[in-house]
Design a binder for this molecule. Structure first.
Ligand SMILES: [Zn+2]
Length: 593
């Protein structure tokens, strides 16, 4: 059905939308409106010569000038479609649980309102029984049977504002509702004062439920990768990590800390009573038709439990080396390596440097029906189609090592080990690679050549490293300049010096910078890309490894064969206008290059 409040687009000068027309016909048939009034309204629209302001909508005119009663229209609509009429949305009580099933944005867009749930049946107020696509989709998404009840679009819009708050997408709004002055300490009291009082009184936590939802929703809207809720002495800090950078957002009131943490623990299906030990759980939510997984961990701290939620957006996961930011030369080299029949390829970097995503992209690339791929991960981050992924479960004795041993009995061609942490895992990985498996794994080292010395340090024999290792890829993530507000930019002399950019290089470069826009929350960056250092193990390097040479000499050797450092790869991406000098310099601090 149409939107009565906004008067439509320029095209409505000549045409009234079909739904309006349908209702007008119905209103005429049932004598809810006089034909003369409709004629008058149509003339008024036709005579609307002003192209600047939009023409009034037929229904809006009939309501305003001819006293058309849309509630009566709704009654007839309900009767015609054999649907029940919604209860009076002005007095109905709706629990926070039920509201939580449908995001505000979805409810507002489709002019629907969930108002009750009985078992697997969700009762939904709808304004347009003709267009049932949104309703069908919603039922499918929630795996509930939807029972539509007819109401007017105006009543639904007013109820959405009342139940979800005027703009529940905004945390500020909810917070001002929750902490309106003079409300005392109880969330229930503030509910009544803020006009949200019609939520079911059996559900006194509804404001907290909504607050938690809105914190999560806002994080998702802002493309955060994780949400940190940290109890400090005097406040309950909330931070989002966006493109790798933590950003503090408005803190919920300290007094709600316990309720918020409890609510999250319930959602994550972990024990509320247990507050002394760290716990892990998972929340699955549906946002705008997309299923998102939140990995939740709780950690006792001096001022209460801290909650960190990692947002895993499977559909948003971009697999493919070019999508991650590999330039075509590095991509080709990686594809050559991962197509080898055996050997080990390691990806190194600190936590959060995108190692797993790179490995997933490699697996994705070689994931063909004739190959068997098994992974052992702690935990499994994303489910990949056609790949057998085994989670490590140390609590039941399923360690990396034991999982790996059983996995090799399943005769895979390609093996991915989440991380090599100890000698036992390293030895199994090497044995697997020497017996005809391609093995991928990660290590925590700063640069690529150090991976060799790390393996030897944990006890692997140098000759085993030299014969099994094919390559080491070190990587970092830098923020990508927002494509919507990118502008050519001339770096200062100091900036050029910080990356050793010569005047000749600078004159050929396309430096850019994001000025900040709505697309990037004003940061000038959106998304991230990898900068990489690919250390190929050739015969000369093998000899050095065999002789147990230190990483500095390995590095020199690799450089002499043309290994590009992360900083140099970053420089290529700076001069291509993809990222900034600052990003590359700050992320590669301490790189000897
Ligand atoms: Zn921008």
């Amino acid at each position: 059905m149409s939107d009565f409040s906004s008067a439509g687009s320029v095209s409505s000068v000549a045409l009234t939308p079909g739904a309006d027309e349908f209702i007008v016909q119905l209103a005429l048939e049932r004598t809810l409106v006089a034909p003369a009034a409709v004629e008058r309204a149509r003339r008024q629209i036709a005579e609307h010569a002003d192209l600047v302001t939009p023409a009034p909508r037929l229904l809006a005119l009939l309501v305003a000038d001819a006293g058309l009663d849309l509630r009566r229209v709704a009654e007839f609509l309900a009767a015609d479609f054999g649907l029940p009429l919604a209860p009076d949305l002005g007095v109905v009580r709706v629990s926070g649980e039920v509201l939580g099933l449908v995001p505000r944005e979805f409810a507002a867009r489709y002019k629907i309102l969930p108002f009750a749930q009985e078992g697997r049946v969700l009762k939904l107020a709808i304004s347009d029984p003709i267009d049932t696509e949104a309703v069908d989709n919603l039922g499918h998404m929630l795996k509930l049977t939807i029972e539509p009840h007819v109401a007017t679009a105006d009543d639904i819009a007013a109820a959405i504002d009342r139940f979800y708050g005027k703009d529940a997408g905004s945390l500020d709004q909810l917070l001002s509702n929750l902490s309106a002055p003079g409300n005392g300490d109880s969330a229930v009291a503030s509910t009544e004062a803020s006009g949200l009082g019609n939520v079911s009184d059996t559900d006194a936590d509804a404001p907290v439920v909504k607050l938690v939802h809105s914190i999560i929703l806002e994080a998702i809207q802002r493309r955060a990768s994780d949400i940190h809720m940290e109890p400090l002495e005097k406040r309950f800090r909330v931070r989002y990590r966006i493109d790798g950078v933590l950003l503090e957002v408005e803190n919920p009131p300290k007094r709600l800390q316990l309720s918020i943490v409890s609510r999250l623990k319930i959602m994550a299906n972990i024990s509320i009573a247990e507050k002394r030990i760290p716990q892990d759980g998972r929340i699955q939510i549906m946002v705008n038709g997309r299923q998102l997984d939140l990995r939740v961990s709780s950690l006792p701290t001096a001022h209460g439990e801290s909650i960190v939620m990692r947002i895993l957006d499977k559909e948003g996961l971009q697999l493919g080396l070019p999508q991650l930011g590999f330039f075509s030369d590095d991509q080709k080299e990686m594809e050559r390596l991962i197509a080898m029949p055996d050997g080990i390829v390691l990806v190194t970097g600190p936590t959060g440097s995108g190692k797993t995503t790179t490995l997933y992209s490699c697996l994705h690339h070689i994931n063909k029906p004739d190959r068997k791929i098994i992974t052992v991960e702690d935990p499994v981050e994303y489910q990949l189609n056609g790949i057998n992924q085994v989670p490590v479960r140390a609590d039941v004795g399923m360690t990396f090592a034991s999982a790996l041993r059983s996995m090799l009995r399943q005769a895979p061609n390609i093996v991915m080990i989440g991380e090599i942490r100890d000698l036992e895992t390293a030895e199994i990985a090497i044995n697997a690679s020497l017996t005809g498996h391609m093995v991928f794994s990660t290590l925590h080292t700063n640069d690529a050549p150090s991976a060799v010395t790390r393996l030897i340090d944990i006890g692997v024999k140098p000759f085993l490293v030299s014969t099994s290792l094919r390559a080491v890829l070190a990587q970092r993530l830098v923020r990508k300049i927002c494509p919507k507000c990118t502008q050519p930019y001339q770096p200062t002399a100091a900036e050029l010096r910080s990356l050793n950019i010569s005047p000749a290089m600078a004159s050929a470069a396309n430096f850019a910078k994001g000025t900040g826009c709505a697309n990037c929350n004003g940061t000038g960056f959106r998304g991230r890309l990898v900068i990489v250092e690919l250390f190929l193990i050739n015969e000369d390097v093998q000899r050095l490894i065999y002789e147990n040479t230190g990483s500095a000499r390995l590095r020199d050797k690799a450089r002499s064969f043309g290994m590009r450092t992360m900083r140099e790869d970053g420089l290529r991406k700076v001069t291509a206008g993809l990222t900034t000098i600052d990003e590359v310099v700050s992320i590669t601090v301490g790189d000897a290059s």
